[in-house]
Write a protein that binds this ligand. Structure first.
Ligand code: AGP
Length: 609
């Protein structure tokens, strides 16, 4: 989704803005632009396409201003074009915006009635016109912004400049992320943390309805009525290096290789080995609170939804509580039945996914207890939920979720363990055995990563394929969905994930000698059924790429290609199975030459419906 940056300070403003926009590229965009003061006037440069084009456009420009705003646009209202790219300037006001203004049509009519002329198809342009209109009518810059915020409906993160005030930048937020960076005599705004990291790690997270005024003297934050509020800065412990490629060809590859470390960080502090249990401080998962819970709903989108599906198997298996896993965009509109006896867990790496957020709010409105599992600190989801558990994956820049998915699986495993122990469905010995298996996982993941060359060879062999089928059963079935999603989103190869038992109800018709079928068949209670599925594929001359346990004796004889998976507890097999599937998708995409980290049409954080 769109990315915003802003700067007030004494560095070369255009350079700071361009650097910040590059660090937001992962969010996905189709055009970009900056607005910088120069000789007292706001200069705008913007165009459709990649940031390189904008960089070429501003090369050699000697902007002298110490204040500016920048934007990467992911089109919602109006096609990607130079005219629709932000910043949008009306009169003396320039604006960058992330979000959607729902009542922009009526505002546009109103403004046209005042003789205002529009030059873009965007919803954003009404904001610059409205502010300018209020200023022209005699309001101060600050009041004009506040009155405009009262008039617009929808979601926004905004950066605003006014030609009559070369010293101040105004930022505002409602339902779209915005964070302020606090340097020494210099201040920043950004849609996410990475643009701030080269300059500062002290930040203020803006809340819905707040607006802030940044100048070289400091930052002042106001509530929606215009009353000043004191906000406690937070310190971010990410280093700038964590958000850089570190020698890898792509962020996605780096992030795949970071996964063992991410798992260690995600289990550290949560395990009690002697008690065979997990500890979540501050979250009421004791028997009194849990006795009230009759049902658990897991809500998420995309890859996070696949984690939710794995969570369903884990929680039902360990805790014997009925669990529903649902997609945010479906849940929010299906008039769900829930109340005080429902624990609603919303899972999201970004914590800003509009559908997940709305679904959780709907659940809360209907009385459910809410728990957010997310990676982005202080995200909207984290702030709105009754409880939060953070996955400690660190910044994930590649659009395809990798390490955040793995850490979601780990947190769901630990949560299921905690609830299962508390309710007495898991004994001390069972708890200890599960923890013992979990502790081995980071090392086993390293082993899987060492097999990356074998995966590369498989990718080369099947590069011709236009379609892939991924099948698995039980807790491995969501990983078949995830493997297929990874492949299609970054390599643009069509792939379907299916529960293996469903194959004969339709997808088997697709199988012929051209069709690679990725079979997830680690040892568990449905292993023999998977062997039969392999037979069915081979009988139709399909190609089997099998992911089976190291000790496997049967599938290995039938498969065309085999990736062996270290022995683990069946409930942890999804973690190990995911790694070769991520690598397969990565290598297929890289060999095809697609834009791995920023696949076409996709955005890292989907903040609109
Ligand atoms: C994952 O590879 C995708 N790009 C996408 O499906 C993503 O998982 C989905 O948009 C949900 O995002 P979230 O975890 O930030 O809520």
């Amino acid at each position: 989704m769109c990315g915003i940056v802003g700067y007030v300070g004494s560095r070369k403003t255009a350079d700071v803005l361009m650097d910040g926009l590059k660090r937001l590229e992962y969010r996905g965009y189709d055009s970009s632009g900056i607005a910088v003061f120069h000789r007292g006037k706001i200069e705008i440069r913007r165009n459709e396409g990649k940031l390189k084009k904008l960089e070429d456009l501003i090369k050699g420009e000697g902007f002298d201003g110490k204040i500016g705003i920048g934007h990467t646009r992911w089109a919602t209202h109006g096609r990607p074009s130079d005219e629709n790219a932000h910043p949008h300037k009306a009169g003396r006001v320039a604006v960058v915006h992330n979000g959607i203004i729902e009542n922009y049509l009526s505002l546009k009519e109103f403004l046209k009635g005042k003789g205002r002329h529009f030059t873009s198809e965007t919803d954003t342009e009404v904001i610059s016109h409205l502010i300018d209109e209020f200023i022209e009518a005699g309001s101060s810059f600050q009041d004009a912004v506040r009155m405009t915020l009262d008039k617009i409906r929808g979601s926004y993160a905004l950066g605003i400049l006014f030609e009559g005030d070369e010293k101040r930048l105004i930022a505002a937020r409602k339902e779209s992320p915005l964070v302020i960076g606090l340097g020494k005599g210099e201040y920043f705004i950004a849609s996410d943390i990475p643009p701030l990291l080269p300059y500062t790690r002290d930040v203020i997270f803006m809340e819905d309805g707040e607006f802030a005024i940044l100048s070289q003297e400091g930052v002042k934050v106001y509530d929606r009525k215009g009353e000043e509020i004191l906000k406690e800065p937070k310190r971010i412990n990410w280093t700038p290096l964590m958000a850089e490629k570190g020698g890898y060809k792509h962020f996605m590859l780096k992030e795949i290789f970071e996964q063992p470390r991410a798992v260690i960080d995600s289990i550290r502090g949560y395990l009690s080995e002697e008690m065979g249990d997990a500890i979540f401080e501050g979250i009421h998962l004791d028997s009194t609170s849990l006795k009230e819970i009759r049902r658990i709903c897991l809500i998420a989108c995309g890859t996070s939804f696949h984690a939710a599906l794995v969570g369903k198997f884990l929680i039902e298996g360990f805790c014997r509580i009925p669990v529903e896993a649902d997609i945010g965009s479906e849940f929010r509109y299906r008039n769900p039945i829930l109340g005080k006896d429902t624990l609603l867990m919303a899972i999201s790496q970004s914590g800003e996914t509009a559908d997940t957020l709305a679904a959780m709010r709907e659940g809360k409105r209907r009385g459910a207890v809410t728990l957010a599992i997310c990676n982005a600190v202080e995200s909207s989801l984290a702030r709105d939920a009754d409880h939060v558990i953070y996955t400690h994956a660190g910044p994930e820049i590649g659009v395809a979720s990798t390490k955040t998915f793995i850490t979601q699986l780990v947190v769901l495993f630990l949560l299921a363990l905690r609830i299962g122990r508390e309710l007495g469905h898991l004994s001390l010995d069972e708890g200890k055995a599960l923890i013992e298996a979990l502790i081995k996982i980071p090392h086993q993941m390293e082993e899987m990563l060492k097999a990356s060359k074998e995966v590369l060879e498989i990718a080369k062999k099947y590069l011709y394929a236009r379609d892939f089928l991924y099948i698995g059963r039980g807790i491995n079935y969501p990983i078949a969905l995830e493997g297929a999603l990874k492949l299609k989103e970054i390599s643009y190869v069509h792939a379907e994930g299916y529960p293996a038992g469903e194959m004969k109800h339709g997808p088997i018709a697709l199988i012929d000698r051209e069709m690679p079928v990725v079979v997830l068949a680690t040892r568990n209670e449905v292993y023999n059924k998977m062997v039969s599925n392999v037979e069915e594929v081979k009988a139709r001359e399909g190609r089997v790429i099998a992911l089976a346990s190291r000790s496997d004796q049967e599938i290995v004889k039938k498969a065309d290609d085999m990736i062996s998976i270290p022995e683990t507890h069946p409930s942890l097999a999804p973690i190990l199975l995911t790694i070769p599937l991520q690598l397969l998708a990565y290598y297929m995409a890289d060999l095809k030459g697609t834009d791995v980290d920023q696949p076409r049409n996709l955005a890292k954080s989907v903040t609109v419906e």
